[in-house]
Design a binder for this molecule. Structure first.
Ligand code: DMJ
Length: 573
């Protein structure tokens, strides 16, 4: 009666408004729902970013990076000047002085990015300042800071956190902190450390890698001088009968050894030093570092593998892989795979490095065949392990979450499109390992249920509940954002960043590891802050939230396994 009582004009107006509301509801609601589900980690049907085919591509297909959907249109700042025209590894010796040229003009600190920082980047910058404050207050010049106990710890005895952080400070434009740290490097840093068991891998990726990147980003020769001093002290570690490095060295005496209890080394440790050694050779014209790297890569290339997969232990004296050993892309296996594709890219995809690309392709086929499974009930793809080389275990270390990023980076450099598809699926799974805990932070290890009757996809064993500020998921989010231009990866990173803010920040300074990600009431703050929090996690957050794709563009730079950027060389024959 009321409807009939109003005028025709009023009726039309009401109908029009109803139609408008329906229209808005129809188009906006699904988007909101998808975003909410994604943020909650419940979006089971992955939405393909426009431009990417779903489903497997032919194995021989090589991606044309230009065919992928381009990252969003962003203001284009001037690119960094061309890379230094330093001699190639096999080129004439040039000496440190002659090759002291970096891709950035002197004094470019704070201007690495020409776009204004985003609100999220500013939050990361504040986190870095808060973290650095703890290091300055409690651990200046020491290896690690313990913000809770307001103390420090010795590991290599060489200012580990300070050196590991240099490039992050530079990228974030923290010029005053860089100046003070540079002063310490110039006047205090001393690699003449008399400790019998300094780990060769950690020293190479964190200290040597950090110094090389600091040099490239600052054009300051002090960092290259120090890198060369360290490289010379590390050299005896590469003189084993097989050519694979000993795990430990005394930097003072040059005595290299494996730990007393074993002759076996971690496969990832012996196989993840070549990027740094070759770059040191290129910059200094000293071939012995690159020669050592070549020997390592060739020994592992010739070793007996199972569909491209390697066990997690290797005998560094004989060069033989541990037969029947566990296969994993997590602890002790991870960066073996990462460095296959990155060595090929570093060398400008030169023909003489194609054998490493082939090893990467074989390994990724092996991963798909033996290690990738789906959880139940939601069919999340994950990467398990082969115990004893044969028995599948649905266990996935947080460390494995480097893989989506490496696959995406490989795709950008010409690897098959199906690698990107797998990267997208694994990226989602890595994110799920965060969203399914009470704190929103991932545990060290996640197990997956594969039984059809399962009610939850994941479970975390009591001893695996800790989070030590690892970077791998944020690292992969950064690559996925750069390669696909899909903003959901930034949003996922932001959710993770906020969880770190809430559960790991301490006052008056610093961020720490926690013991139990499943307990939001009492996550159990630990005292220690890892150096890779500064070197990797915060750096990747900062880059993930950047709108400037020309800030360390991925066709010109690669990141070593400790997130230290190194230039990609021009292609050589
Ligand atoms: C880092 O030192 C490196 O990323 C290494 O390759 C693996 N472990 C840590 C971070 O989790």
């Amino acid at each position: 009666r009321r409807w009939r009582g109003i005028s025709r004009f009023q009726r039309r107006l009401v109908l029009l408004l109803l139609a408008l509301a329906l229209f808005v509801f129809w188009f906006a609601l699904p988007r909101v729902a998808v975003m909410e589900r994604a943020a909650a980690g419940q979006d089971l049907q992955m939405v393909d970013p426009p431009g990417f085919e779903a489903g497997p591509a032919k194995p021989e297909e090589r991606a044309d990076p230009t065919s992928a959907s381009p990252p969003p249109e962003l203001p284009k700042p001037p690119r960094p000047p061309a890379l230094p025209d330093a001699p190639g590894v096999a080129g004439p010796a040039a000496g440190v002085a002659a090759s002291r040229r970096s891709p950035l003009p002197a004094g470019s600190l704070g201007r690495l990015s020409e776009t204004s920082p985003s609100r999220r980047q500013l939050a990361v910058l504040e986190a870095m300042q808060h973290s650095w404050k703890a290091y300055e207050l409690y651990a200046w010049g020491k290896d690690e800071v313990h913000p809770l106990s307001k103390s420090s710890a010795v590991w290599m005895g060489a200012g580990l956190t300070l050196i590991d952080s240099l490039d992050t400070l530079m990228i974030m434009g923290m010029s005053q902190q860089v100046a003070k740290a540079r002063e310490w490097v110039a006047t205090q840093l001393n690699f003449d450390v008399d400790k019998p068991h300094t780990n060769v891998f950690e020293t190479t990726i964190r200290l040597l890698g950090g110094l090389l990147s600091a040099y490239h980003l600052s054009n300051d020769s002090i960092y290259l001088d120090r890198a060369l001093q360290l490289g010379e002290r590390l050299l005896p570690a590469f003189s084993s009968p097989s050519g694979l490095p000993y795990s430990d060295i005394n930097l003072h005496t040059g005595q290299a050894s494996n730990p007393v209890w074993t002759v076996e080394s971690s496969t990832s440790e012996v196989s993840s030093v070549q990027l740094e050694l070759r770059e040191l050779s290129r910059l200094t014209g000293r071939p012995e570092f690159a020669d050592a790297a070549d020997r390592i890569s060739r020994v592992l290339h010739s070793a007996d593998k199972k569909d491209g997969l390697v066990p997690i232990y290797v005998n560094s004296v004989t060069g033989r892989l541990h037969n029947g050993g566990t296969v994993s892309l997590g602890a002790r296996g991870d960066s073996y795979y990462e460095y296959l594709i990155k060595q090929f890219v570093q060398a400008g995809k030169s023909r003489s490095f194609e054998y490493l690309r082939d090893d990467w392709l074989a390994a990724m086929d092996g991963v798909a065949k033996h290690l990738v499974r789906e959880s139940q009930p939601h069919r999340f793809k994950f990467v398990g392990e082969l115990l004893g080389g044969t028995t599948f275990s649905p266990k996935m270390d947080h460390l494995v979450c480097f893989l989506p990023g490496a696959l995406a980076y490989g795709f950008l450099h010409g690897m098959p499109r199906e690698h990107l598809r797998l990267a997208e699926q694994l990226m989602r799974t890595c994110y799920i390992t965060y969203t399914t805990t009470a704190t929103g932070l991932a545990p060290e290890i996640t197990h997956f249920n594969t039984d059809a009757a399962s009610v939850a996809d994941t479970y975390v064993k009591p001893l695996d509940r800790h989070n030590i500020q690892r970077p791998e998921t944020v690292e992969s989010l950064f690559y996925m954002w750069r390669v696909t231009g899909d903003r959901k990866y930034q949003d996922w990173g932001w959710a993770i960043f906020q969880a770190f803010e809430k559960y790991t920040k301490v006052q008056p300074a610093g961020y720490v590891s926690i013991s139990d990600v499943t307990n939001a009431r009492n996550p159990g703050k630990r005292t220690k802050c890892e150096s890779f929090w500064f070197a990797e996690t915060l750096k990747y957050f900062f880059l993930l939230f950047s709108e400037d794709n020309d800030l360390l563009p991925l066709d010109k730079w690669l990141f070593n396994t400790e997130a230290h950027p190194l230039p990609i060389w021009p292609r050589q024959p």
